[in-house]
Design a protein around this ligand. Structure first.
Ligand SMILES: NC(=O)c1ccc[n+]([C@@H]2O[C@H](COP(=O)([O-])OP(=O)(O)OC[C@H]3O[C@@H](n4cnc5c(N)ncnc54)[C@H](O)[C@@H]3O)[C@@H](O)[C@H]2O)c1
Length: 297
């Protein structure tokens, strides 16, 4: 019996890459899985899960389409009776520096990540709120529900050439906190991972190559145990958190916090007084572009 026996999960963008690994591990841990992607790759992954003894169905379509997102959640409920776990993972990159970025590059990337996370979350949340109302006053409490979102180190630290992608991924971290605050009353936790792995998205970079011997640090399957853990009842007390996950490492990010403060003392600041207070506001901290804070390759 796996840690997710009896649970129903949706994994978006699960036709390849880390999403496929998530879908396969969630199924091995006992979840029934709705495998979403744009193409027939979703059918292949669902078939592979079923032939390995798991339970899965494919649901093809774009997570940026509001009504498709509704049918994705409806598929989980129709096929498997409920929805407990939503893994928002689908996405792509279209990198360009700010001065070269075209409107379509910006819009498509912001849409697939921000709207593509929010639309399935919206319909999952609607279902969970309705179920909570139905169960009000009954014994046994509300079933555990999970959303696991996917950000990026670019969203955490600001990757140059990714004004579309990094901005959307940063928004996903904020969205995670918002959804966690809104949905905890329905026994939903919402957490976020920033994976780093060798996939069709990253394999052009030789640093992700599989080593000839030893631990394959960038195997995308290395990411999925953290997703299965967050999806499980073992992580019921983890909420609104973000983790960088790669190889054998999990890094917990500090939530946004105030780093320094000054006050004008009950009156409006003047520009000159703000300039004079700069040293107090920053203390020993740098006032320039922060160093990249991610773990080394
Ligand atoms: N691979 C990494 O190192 C890395 C690093 C940081 C973040 N990420 C994030 O992890 C997630 C998965 O990335 P990956 O590396 O596995 O990429 P990938 O390209 O291998 O897989 C992404 C999948 O999403 C699907 N997809 C794209 N648009 C979709 C849409 N509108 N609706 C449904 N499916 C759609 C694609 O068809 C593809 O199968 C992405 O959100 C990515 O931004 C990956």
């Amino acid at each position: 019996m796996g840690v997710l026996t009896g649970k129903v999960a949706i994994v978006t963008g699960a036709g390849q890459g880390v999403g496929r690994c998530h879908a396969e591990l969630l199924a091995r841990e006992g979840a029934s899985v709705v495998v979403n992607d744009l193409s027939d790759l979703a059918d292949e992954v669902a078939a592979a899960i079923n032939s390995a003894g798991g339970r899965a169905v494919a649901c093809k379509g774009s997570v940026t389409d509001w009504s498709f997102a509704e049918s994705l959640v409806a598929t989980a409920i129709r096929e498997f009776g409920d929805l407990h776990i939503l893994v928002n993972n689908a996405g792509f990159i279209r990198d360009a520096m700010s001065f070269s970025m075209e409107e379509a590059q910006f819009d498509s990337v912001v849409s697939v990540h921000l709207k593509g996370h929010f639309a399935p979350a919206h319909f999952a949340a609607l279902h969970w709120r309705n179920k909570a109302k139905e169960l009000e006053g009954t014994e046994g409490g509300l079933p555990a529900r999970r959303i696991i979102n996917t950000t990026s180190e670019s969203g955490l630290f600001g990757g140059p050439g990714q004004g579309n992608y990094g901005s959307a991924k940063g928004g996903i971290i904020t969205m995670t906190t918002i959804l966690a605050r809104e949905l905890s009353r329905y026994n939903v936790t919402v957490n976020c991972i920033a994976p780093r792995a060798r996939t069709p998205m990253t394999e052009v970079n030789p640093k992700f190559a599989k080593p000839e011997t030893g631990f394959d640090k960038y195997d995308p399957a290395n990411i999925s145990p953290m997703v299965a853990f967050l999806a499980s009842d073992l992580a019921a007390d983890i909420n609104a958190q973000t983790f960088i996950v790669l190889g054998d490492q999990v890094h917990r990010m500090r939530p946004a916090e105030i780093a320094g403060s000054v006050s004008a003392g009950g009156k409006q600041w003047t520009v000159e007084d703000l300039a004079a207070a700069k040293g107090q506001l920053f203390g020993d901290s740098s006032s320039g572009v922060p160093a990249w804070g991610g773990p080394p390759m």
